[in-house]
Design a protein around this ligand. Sequence first.
Ligand SMILES: Cc1cc2nc3c(=O)[nH]c(=O)nc-3n(C[C@H](O)[C@H](O)[C@H](O)COP(=O)(O)O)c2cc1C
Length: 195
Amino acid sequence: MTRTASTSAPLHDLLAQRWSPRSFLPTPVTDDQLRSLLEAARWAPSAGNHQPSRFIVGRTGSPAFDAILGSLRPGNRAWAADVPLLVVGVARLRDPDGSARPSGPFELGLAVGQLITQSHALGLHAHAMGGFDADAVAQAFAVPDDHRAVVVVAVGHVGPPDALPDELAEREVAERRRLSLDEIAYGAAWGVPAL
Ligand SMILES: Cc1cc2nc3c(=O)[nH]c(=O)nc-3n(C[C@H](O)[C@H](O)[C@H](O)COP(=O)(O)O)c2cc1C
């Protein structure tokens, strides 16, 4: 089953072959792999090199994993229960002087993007989720008021689609679609294709 992106220009394999599965094997993510993922996030760019993004790591069988899993919406919890690693991405929304940090979620996105790309470089797969209760995470992990959990990323070894319930198994093999470049990249004016 190929999940490789169909592109109008060549892409690096890590980008073209990345996709978000729901079927994961119980095979653990090793300590070295976890360290590598977090290093990838650590080396993301940030405004002023303030490095505002934080991560909460839950490995299967730990209280942290159970708390993160419990925060997921039921539709996500159904498949994420079998994933060996859940990582919460936390954005800083205010700087220490109290001023707003509107770039916080963007900086977290860059860091999570690096974590996801590094997952694939290690032969793992990653699946980001916005469907979770950020307040539940804040309570379980005493996240400070000026920070906000924005995403949970499931990471592990991809499993077979038929290990999933029928509806999810169908989505696992459905064609991967994107808008065309004309629809997203503008030049002379809004809506006028750049290329
Ligand atoms: C911020 C964000 C939130 C997402 N939330 C969910 C989610 O709650 N549940 C889910 O199954 N997938 C979620 N996804 C995964 C997307 O559905 C997926 O990336 C998209 O359908 C494209 O598929 P691909 O990653 O395989 O290319 C999320 C992705 C992002 C970036």
